[in-house]
Design a protein around this ligand. Structure first.
Ligand code: FMN
Length: 349
């Protein structure tokens, strides 16, 4: 109740990037206070032992995760772990630090319960992330590492960037996500084409198998793929023995929006997330499940704004779900709300 009535209106009075930092700083402060801290942990972090799911050989305390991009640099893991997430995905990280696109680059579309972003992989670089993760205290969530390439690395050289990230993070994360689907790094989505994708994934997989303990690898895909592209991707995921797919990243499609065209024009380029992405993302999830078969893992993300949306993804073939925009619009209690609904669902697969 506190979030929709008080906290959200206050946060939404600041620019989205400022609000992001403010919210985390405030939560960190609250958690440090003895009484408030234990109240928050108890309220947000409670989960039932029945929610535990073993997927890719990893034990997830529940099926709700924080999607990539929220904590690109692993700076907020102490706070986010108190919100009850079963898994948290850091990144997208690139080998070299990069500033990303100039601000403003993140926009709210309140009428649509959506966001448009063109962050452009702003991050401190993989070395900084490694340092932070090495100093992290005990954690009770599964940690994913979402990897990408620097903007000034050509697609021909891209494999080197992904390999460098994978090798440096290998001992620190529980699973990897190969991000070739962000619309905000020029040309990145071309890596979804058959030949570059096959090369990228097979080189990553062979580096992964060079380690004593292999880590699960997932591919994060765009929602703007046609059936042929999706079938080709599924074929390569199977061929390279990836563990599965994250469906989906943000969309470049703006046809379902209530926000007026002039505002959209003023905002300019960027990927759309939140409610308008739900249907498109769900379609891709269903098709991906049918192309991949039942063995592979799918994490469903895109447009989860209610607990019912999350249940719909699980019922459509997802093993786990992730949220980003819904977390901004609904607040920290949303994680627990989804968990409650999901624990009522029977095991679907
Ligand atoms: C501000 C912002 C930054 C994002 N950054 C990344 C990123 O770095 N890597 C990535 O794979 N996805 C990124 N995403 C995409 C989300 O992880 C997610 O796939 C997408 O937003 C759809 O989920 P949602 O509708 O719940 O937000 C970003 C999304 C937003 C809104």
């Amino acid at each position: 109740m506190l979030y929709p009535l008080l906290i959200k209106p206050l946060l939404f009075s600041f620019s989205p990037e400022k609000a992001h930092k403010l919210a985390i700083d405030a939560a960190r402060l609250g958690l440090a206070m003895p009484l408030l801290g234990s109240l928050m942990k108890d309220n947000y972090g409670r989960f039932s032992k029945d929610d535990i799911h073993t997927i890719m050989g990893l034990s997830f305390k529940n099926r709700v995760g924080l999607a990539a991009g929220f904590d690109k640099d692993g700076k907020y893991l102490d706070v986010m772990q108190c919100m009850g997430f079963g898994h948290i995905e850091v990144g997208t990280v690139t080998p070299k630090p990069q500033k990303g696109n100039p601000q403003p680059r993140l926009f709210r579309l309140p009428q649509d319960e959506a966001l448009i972003n063109r962050m452009g992989f702003n991050n401190d670089g993989v070395r900084a992330l490694v340092r932070r993760l090495e100093h992290m205290e005990e954690r009770d969530f599964i940690l994913g590492g979402n990897i990408g390439k620097n903007k000034d690395t050509s697609n021909i050289e891209a494999v080197k960037d992904y390999l460098s990230n994978l090798k440096q993070l290998h001992h620190l994360v529980d699973y990897f996500v190969v991000n070739i689907s962000s619309p905000n790094t020029p040309g990145l989505r071309d890596l979804q084409e058959k030949e570059p994708l096959r090369k990228l994934l097979s080189e990553l997989q062979s580096a992964n198998h060079g380690f004593l303990q292999h880590k699960p690898i997932l591919l994060k895909i765009a929602p703007d793929l046609n059936d042929q592209q999706l079938a080709d991707i599924a074929e390569i995921v199977n061929e390279t023995r990836l563990n599965g797919v994250i469906a989906t990243n943000t969309t470049v499609d703006r046809s379902r929006l209530k926000t007026d065209p002039a505002t959209l024009q003023e905002i300019g380029a960027g990927g759309l997330s939140g409610r308008p992405l739900r249907a498109e993302s769900l379609q891709i999830l269903k098709k991906t499940r049918s192309y991949l078969g039942s063995d592979k893992v799918i994490i469903g993300v895109g447009g989860i704004l209610s607990a019912g949306d999350a249940a719909e993804k699980i019922e459509s073939g997802a093993d786990l779900v992730q949220i980003y925009t819904g977390f901004i619009y609904r607040g920290p209690g949303f994680v627990r709300q989804i968990n409650k609904q999901l624990s009522r669902l029977k095991q679907t697969r």
